[in-house]
Design a protein around this ligand. Structure first.
Ligand SMILES: [Zn+2]
Length: 454
């Protein structure tokens, strides 16, 4: 504490400024309660149940009550319905199905079904703002088109699916301003088919998906590299938006912003909230869309302009992913539940849940944020549109040095729609704006565009 005070009082070399982590960013007891209610035992039970269906390959049996993806689908649907009972009718559950035509990993037309639980927001001004959290309940062995082999998929991705179901169970009884969607998707191993279908539907219906999290491979804590890490989770976020237009690219090349996509602001938000509400567990931001050359269910959302991130364990163990279950030279291969750390999955779920709750209680990100293009001034003037939420308290300007990884400084500026940072040149800092409500809930940061440009 003494160190922190000293750091505030003396001039600290700009590059060494500490990130904004000194006090919990939101004083919201309900978030702490949600974090506490997440239970590793429920997560373990879900993972074991999903494994018990033998395989959940997307091409496997859809009508057998015991084995195959259809049994998993129906069980998940029933479980989300149970979770919805605590919501007083605010949570609805549906099977979102479509027929996937023949494709590279789909040898014949196949029904793909996402199980989707929607907890409607209670604030009229915020109810159309949607936060989606997903895991994929399909699995595979060595071959994505082998519908018969055992494919337990305990970590990939019963872990993410179980985390999402547990979040739905805990959060259904809380009332949020904005809408939350808890989703288990299929066809991930067939090239992100279920998530692509959902994201495309969202785009066609013009849904305001303000953020999407995918949880995929969030349960193994002993990597193939021999490293054990139970205390961190990676959050992958892209820098340059997947849907950037040529005009936006021109602007970015001129004024910067390759480290300031909406998805990157989302990752910074998750780090701030997760680290504050889940002590002894730390978000490791990875400034990259996904693992090297690989993909996940957040990508179809990114491609359609929706901010999205991926949660994944720190050290992967490839002997337990996409493998036929077998023992070779005394080594067990296969994605089995004995290699999943259920307490770890629960912590990942807690970071997700705290972040989703903070998002869904906060006002929306400021819209139309611009830096006024006075060319020759050492001041920086920011403008934005007024938020519409009735509980809005005002806004904060945040900034950092251009080489800093996270926002380091913040200044509350009240309920205004423009502010000038005197003596601080837009050439020397990156600035952003976030909204705050009367309970202290803060939105993610909006990074400004230059006035009059894309
Ligand atoms: Zn996966």
């Amino acid at each position: 504490m003494i160190f922190v005070l000293a750091a505030n009082l003396v001039h600290v070399a700009a590059q060494n400024r500490r990130p904004l982590k000194r006090v919990p960013p939101v004083r919201n007891r309900a978030i702490a309660n949600i974090v506490r209610e997440i239970d590793a035992r429920n997560i373990e039970a879900t993972i074991r149940k999903l494994v018990s269906f033998g395989t959940r390959n997307t091409l496997s049996e859809q009508n057998d009550p015991k084995r195959g993806i259809g049994a998993a689908r129906d069980w998940l649907y029933a479980e989300f319905l149970k979770a919805a009972e605590a919501s007083n009718g605010r949570m609805t559950v549906e099977k979102q199905s479509y027929e996937q035509p023949k494709a590279a990993r789909v040898p014949e037309p196949t029904i793909i079904t996402n199980v989707v639980a929607t907890l409607k927001g209670s604030q009229p001004e915020a109810t159309d703002r949607i936060y989606v959290v997903s895991g994929h309940y399909d699995s595979m062995c060595n071959s994505p088109t082998d519908a018969k082999c055992d494919a337990p998929g305990a970590n990939d991705d019963a872990s993410g699916t179980a985390a999402v179901l547990e979040m739905a169970r805990v959060m259904a009884k809380y009332e949020f301003d904005a809408t939350l969607v808890f989703m288990a998707v299929a066809g991930e191993e067939q090239s992100l088919l279920g998530s692509t279908h959902f994201a495309e539907q969202a785009k066609q219906k013009n849904w305001n998906v303000d953020a999407m999290f995918t949880n995929d491979i969030v349960g193994n804590t002993l990597g193939g590299n021999g490293l054990r890490d139970r205390n961190h989770v990676r959050v992958f976020s892209e820098g340059v938006p997947s849907n950037e237009t040529p005009a936006e690219a021109t602007t970015r090349r001129s004024v910067g912003g390759e480290n300031d996509s909406a998805s990157r602001q989302l990752a910074r938000f998750i780090k701030e909230i997760g680290d504050a509400f889940v002590p002894q567990f730390t978000v490791t931001m990875i400034y990259r869309r996904d693992r090297y050359g690989r993909g996940g269910d957040h990508i179809p959302f990114l491609e359609r302009g929706y901010p999205a991130v991926r949660f994944t364990e720190v050290n992967e163990e490839f002997r337990h992913q996409h493998q036929n279950v077998r023992v070779e030279n005394g080594v067990q291969f296969g994605d089995l539940p004995e290699f999943v750390d259920f307490a770890y999955v629960a912590n990942v779920a807690r970071v997700n849940a705290a972040s989703l709750a903070a998002l869904a209680w906060a006002p929306s990100r400021p819209k139309g944020v611009t830096i006024v293009a006075q060319r020759l001034s050492n001041d920086t003037e920011l403008r934005w549109e007024a938020n519409k939420e009735p509980d809005l308290a005002g806004y904060e300007i945040v900034w950092r040095d251009t080489t800093a990884a996270v926002w380091t400084d913040a200044k509350p500026v009240g309920n205004v729609t423009s502010f000038t940072m005197k003596g601080m040149s837009k050439d020397n800092y990156f600035f952003g704006v976030r909204s705050i409500d009367k309970d202290g809930n803060k939105s993610p940061v909006t990074y400004p565009r230059p006035q009059g440009r894309n």
